[in-house]
Ligand binder design. Structure first.
Ligand code: ZN
Ligand code: ZN
Length: 357
């Protein structure tokens, strides 16, 4: 990314962003670094935020975007060379107080490819990364290596969200944005963690149909409906299934939209918990005292600690979390088109870009 989209403050004119193919030298590797030859890198909502919506990157452009990477180690520590790996989307420092608290996914010194790892990112042929946190893929069967790129973020983030939300056997769960890039895995993850009943909410009928095959027990199409109508549908689903509608629901907001967050807050009720998984710059108004009256909680979740990656990879390789129906491969040289399509929100599957240069 040479420059993101922006708006001229005086004229209000939109200035298009620019992505360019360029060559940068391979840096000298530090002792604890590895060079990964990239097999695939997923296009994430976060990349689109950086490019289209003015979400700032830690390292200023020009830089290479992309943080959902699988590949093969071609240089670095001996025990890693030749290994296939997943590069965690956020790599903690491992030394600070936050890391020592066991909250290392939110380490303030963390490195994220395509954001805070210098100019390096996943939309590239190679990337130098810290070696310590790489997740080694020992036996992927017939799963293509590039497909596993989505484990680096889209699948691990819901895993950590489930951990943060203390999702457990028998839970009642609502997933807002159930058909989206994170939501499809959050929905499956809820079931993998033993949820008894999962309600998926989205605005795309086809994606909702699909959600019913991958984790959702019931779905609600929220398109062009006001909150009251959606709540009424939710209540009737609860009634039909002999479930209470007003207590004990865990709500995972994965849409990263203002209406999604507003809906989540309106469904949050007695001894409930809302986990904020998606990101938006929008602000939402809420009577915070309701949390007190409901004895409810609202928590945020960010990324996933690298130590959990092997467990997530296992869920995928065992087939408990399906990734194949939700991804499609494209040549990396077509990144401009891929971004445009992903930005339009019409895609049924997440794009994984495969280096073709
Ligand atoms: Zn991401
Ligand atoms: Zn740290």
């Amino acid at each position: 990314m040479v420059r993101p989209w922006s708006v001229n403050k005086e004229t209000g004119e939109k200035i298009p962003g620019l992505i360019e193919l360029t060559e940068i030298p391979v840096p000298e590797l530090g002792q604890d670094e590895a060079l990964v030859e990239i097999a695939g890198c997923g296009v994430c909502h976060t990349d689109l935020g950086y490019f289209y919506q003015g979400v700032p990157t830690v390292n200023k452009p020009p830089l290479t975007l992309g943080h959902e990477i699988s590949g093969r180690v071609v240089a670095g520590p001996n025990h890693l060379v030749g290994k296939e790996v997943i590069v965690p989307a956020v790599m903690p420092c491992g030394e600070c107080e936050i890391c020592k608290m066991g909250r290392e996914n939110r380490c303030l010194k963390q490195k994220m490819p395509g954001n805070s790892l210098g100019i390096y990112g996943g939309f590239s042929s190679h990337i130098p990364v810290p070696a310590r946190d790489l997740c080694i893929i020992e036996n992927r069967g017939d799963m293509p290596l590039e497909h596993l790129a989505v484990v680096a973020d889209a699948v691990t983030t819901p895993y950590q969200a489930a951990k943060r939300g203390e999702l457990k056997e028998g839970d009642r769960v609502v997933i807002i944005g159930t058909g989206g890039g994170i939501g499809v895995y959050m929905t499956q993850m809820a079931k993998a963690f033993g949820a008894a009943f999962v309600v998926g909410i989205d605005i795309d009928e086809v994606k909702l149909e699909r959600a019913l095959k991958f984790g959702a027990d019931a779905v609600i199409n929220a398109k062009q409906k006001d909150i009251k109508t959606i709540r009424d549908e939710f209540k009737s689903i609860c009634k039909e299934n002999g479930l209470p509608h007003n207590f004990g629901w865990k709500i995972f907001e994965c849409s990263g939209t203002k209406p999604g967050q507003e809906l989540g807050l309106s469904l949050l009720s007695f001894v409930g918990r809302m986990v904020v998984v998606g990101f938006t710059m929008a602000k939402v108004e809420y009577q915070i005292s309701r949390l007190m009256a409901f004895d409810a909680e609202m928590i945020g979740t960010w990324g996933c600690p690298p130590r959990h990656y092997p467990a997530v990879l296992e869920l995928v390789l065992e087939g408990k979390i399906q990734i194949e129906p939700f991804i499609e491969m494209r040549p990396m040289s077509k990144i401009g088109d891929a971004f445009e399509e992903a930005h339009s929100g019409r895609l049924m599957r997440r794009i994984v870009l495969v280096p073709d240069f």
